[in-house]
Design a protein around this ligand. Structure first.
Ligand SMILES: Cc1cc2nc3c(=O)[nH]c(=O)nc-3n(C[C@H](O)[C@H](O)[C@H](O)COP(=O)(O)O)c2cc1C
Length: 204
């Protein structure tokens, strides 16, 4: 689907939401919120979908910068920030990464793909590095989402292959890949487990 249409639909959704919110109708369904911006962010978060089909529209530098900043400023154990991120923009490298895997062919159409890694040279980084990198990359994904950029987590890779292709040094562990790009699809929400099955208040 054309990304301009998808963007247009988003704007229409946000406008309708703003009108409902300002007229008080939304308050019937949601408690009052401090600001409309917050509400629309929540709306984006709740409607997030994995995006695997990207348009060829380039991502402005400022938008990409904000996405990466969301990762750089994320929480990490003891503020150790044991992470490194490789931002793969080169078409040859994206194509190479896409062609060698089964569930990541869409990397070649992504605007860029981030490879999240962590160092393993101290106890805290070994224990929490993976969690830290996941938090940072999920922050990037949400920062992308609110700016209209889609993303997809990619777990379909071999550490050795990624490390060799991208020159990841010894002792650095690859945690995950995430592709980014303006959506060229608008998939329906995937089924999610009901709240009562997964939330345990106070005790299991
Ligand atoms: C750790 C992880 C690894 C994933 N790996 C892949 C992958 O290799 N290829 C892919 O197409 N999607 C991958 N996904 C995306 C999931 O398939 C997707 O999140 C899931 O189907 C739920 O859809 P939703 O994100 O739209 O709710 C991965 C997601 C996570 C969290």
């Amino acid at each position: 689907m054309n990304s301009a249409i998808i963007k247009g639909k988003r704007i229409i959704r946000c406008t309708i939401y703003a009108i409902l919110h300002l007229s008080g109708i939304v308050i019937i369904f949601n408690p009052p919120c401090p600001s409309l911006v917050t509400m629309s962010c929540i709306d984006f978060f709740l409607n997030r979908r994995t995006i695997r089909k990207y348009s060829d529209k380039p991502i402005p530098e400022k938008v990409q910068h904000t996405i990466l900043e969301a990762g750089r400023r994320a929480a990490s154990a003891v503020n150790r920030q044991p992470w490194h991120f490789i931002i793969v923009e080169d078409q040859g490298l994206k194509t190479k990464l896409a062609e060698t895997g089964r569930w990541r062919s869409f990397i070649k159409e992504s605007a860029f793909t981030v490879v999240g890694c962590h160092v393993t040279d101290d106890e805290v980084s070994r224990r929490w590095g993976q969690v830290d990198v996941v938090i940072a990359m999920q922050s990037m994904s949400l920062a992308a989402e609110v700016q209209g950029v889609g993303s997809c987590w990619i777990g379909d890779y071999e550490d050795k292959e990624i490390s060799e292709t991208l020159g990841v040094p010894e002792g650095v562990k690859v945690v995950g890949l995430m592709s980014f790009g303006y959506p060229d699809e608008e998939p329906a929400q995937r089924p999610k487990k009901p709240a009562e099955e997964i939330f345990h208040y106070n005790k299991w």
